[in-house]
Write a protein that binds this ligand. Structure first.
Ligand code: SF4
Length: 105
């Protein structure tokens, strides 16, 4: 699908409050250690990939290498989440296929 933006979380700055997933649960999800990560949800991309640094299918790298595409229909909510994020750690950038390929999924 076409997408205009992508997102990642600087986990060094994440406070773990979960505001992002309250606003946009299809893009932001909690990890067991209390930090939040980004994901590509199956309802938008066909399969779910969580960029949480775990091994195996359905997982990808975390932190600065864990870059998720934002479905066009969720751009407004993802931007709202970034604006409300108390850690100012949600990074939204123009979609870049080179960066997506480099994340090692
Ligand atoms: S809103 Fe920001 S600081 Fe809070 S859990 Fe989400 S990414 Fe972390």
């Amino acid at each position: 699908m076409a997408t205009a933006l992508m997102v990642w979380i600087d986990q060094d700055l994440c406070t773990g409050d979960g505001i992002c997933s309250e606003i946009c649960p299809d893009v932001f999800v909690s990890r067991d250690d209390g930090l939040w990560v980004v994901k590509e949800e199956a309802s938008h991309f066909g399969t779910t990939t969580i960029f949480d640094g775990a091994e195996g299918a359905g997982h990808g790298p975390d932190n600065g290498r864990g870059v998720a595409q934002i479905p066009d229909s969720l751009i407004d909510l993802a931007v709202d989440a970034a604006e409300e994020c108390p850690g100012e750690c949600i990074m939204i950038e123009p979609y870049d296929q080179t960066a997506i390929d480099a994340r090692g999924v």
